[in-house]
Ligand binder design. Structure first.
Ligand code: ZN
Ligand code: ZN
Length: 108
C-alpha cells in the first residue's frame, strides 16, 4: 500500500498555508491559512490543512495532528505527540519549564 494523500506536499511552512493541492499544482493550491498540522506516517511526513480541508483529510489515515502553532514552522522543531504540538525537546522550551515546576528543590 502506497497511497499518497493529496495533502502533504513538501513546502515552505514559514507562511503556513493549507497544503490542499489537487494535482499538486500552484493553480489548485488552497491558499487559506492552515489551522491543522498533520503527520501522515511514522517518518513524520507532514502537511498543513485549513479547517475545510482537515475534514477532507480525515478520509485518509494519519498518525497524529495538532493545531498549527508558532513552532510548527521553525526549522529543527520536532513533533511532540504527548503535548500535541511541535517544539524542541531538551531545550529551554515551555515543556521543560512545566516539567520542572512540579518538583522544586528536590536536587541533592
Ligand atoms: Zn484548505
Ligand atoms: Zn506542528
Amino acid at each position: 500500500m502506497n497511497i499518497t494523500p493529496p495533502i502533504g506536499r513538501i513546502m515552505d511552512t514559514s507562511r503556513q498555508p493549507c497544503g490542499y493541492s489537487p494535482g499538486d499544482t500552484d493553480a489548485n493550491t488552497c491558499m487559506q491559512p492552515a489551522t491543522w498540522h498533520i503527520a501522515w506516517d511514522a517518518d513524520l511526513e507532514n502537511g498543513l490543512a485549513c479547517d475545510e480541508h482537515m475534514i477532507y483529510a480525515k478520509q485518509f489515515a494519519y498518525v497524529d495532528r495538532h493545531p498549527v502553532g508558532v513552532d510548527c514552522a521553525m526549522p529543527g522543531s520536532t513533533w511532540d505527540f504527548e503535548e500535541k504540538r511541535c517544539g524542541y525537546p531538551g531545550s529551554s522550551a515551555p515543556a521543560v519549564a512545566h516539567a520542572a515546576a512540579g518538583q522544586p528543590g528536590e536536587q541533592g
